[in-house]
Design a protein around this ligand. Structure first.
Ligand code: DC
Length: 224
């Protein structure tokens, strides 16, 4: 099957909006592949820190991004064969990812890696520029968001449940800073494109959000 006809559901949105949870459930429901593109930035930033590279050393980061071997297996992510899911999903790793994600050459170096995930029978992916840059011809584009307060609450609950220490105020401030950086960068900024459906999940359950995405996909598929 040519990659042109493989359907893609692109879900973009700010940090901790729940887009990853929704995307993974939609993928499971449809039997599609799932790509957490944020994990690619997180793993790359982690690899850079391990290699003692400065997070603004663009040429060195580009070389590194081309060298690393990155693999997903379910929710686990492997860097050069080593499971790094836990270390790259911390708040600090998210901040580092957001920093390197502002570099255009680095983004370009990671582009094909992301496009390679488009495989039959379909792909559900989440990030910041899945619909605008990586898969501009996606079957459905969704901008999934929630208020900053609600997102901070959700992240807080998640961390507490995992047994981590967390401060709601610090999380809220961190989310706002990350949103601002992801939206202000000149390369592939976080934004809702004109062709993306807006899904505000502030007062929706996960199941309702998943159902809405599936519904948009069914409609889009019928008009293909
Ligand atoms: O989705 P996430 O929180 O795991 O992403 C971590 C950082 O990576 C985020 O702050 C910005 C960056 N990112 C990006 O620039 N483009 C993407 N498609 C995904 C993530």
């Amino acid at each position: 099957m040519s990659s042109v006809v493989v359907p893609v559901i692109a879900i973009d949105g700010p940090s901790a909006s729940g887009k990853g949870t929704v995307a993974a459930l939609v993928a499971r429901e449809l039997g599609f592949h799932y790509l957490d593109s944020g994990a690619i930035y997180r793993v790359t930033a982690y690899a850079a820190q391990r290699a003692a590279l400065a997070l603004d050393d663009e040429p060195a980061l580009v070389v590194l991004a081309r060298q690393i071997e990155l693999r997903f297996d379910g929710v686990e992510v492997f860097l050069n064969g080593v499971a790094v899911g836990d270390v790259v999903r911390t708040e600090e790793a998210g901040r580092a990812a957001s920093q390197i994600a502002a570099l255009p050459e680095l983004r370009a170096a990671l582009l094909q890696r992301q496009r390679d995930f488009r495989q039959a029978p379909g792909l559900v992916t989440d990030g910041r520029d899945m619909g605008s840059v990586v898969f501009p011809d996606a079957t459905v584009k969704i901008f999934l968001t929630a208020s900053a307060e609600e997102r901070a609450q959700r992240r807080y609950k998640q961390l507490i449940e995992k047994g981590f220490d967390a401060s709601l105020a610090a999380l809220l401030q961190d989310l706002r800073e990350r949103d601002a950086r992801d939206a202000a960068r000149s390369s592939a900024p976080l934004r809702q494109t004109a062709d993306a459906e807006l899904l505000d999940t502030t007062s929706l359950t996960i199941a309702q959000a998943v159902e809405q995405v599936l519904q948009w996909f069914r409609v889009a598929k019928a008009t293909l």
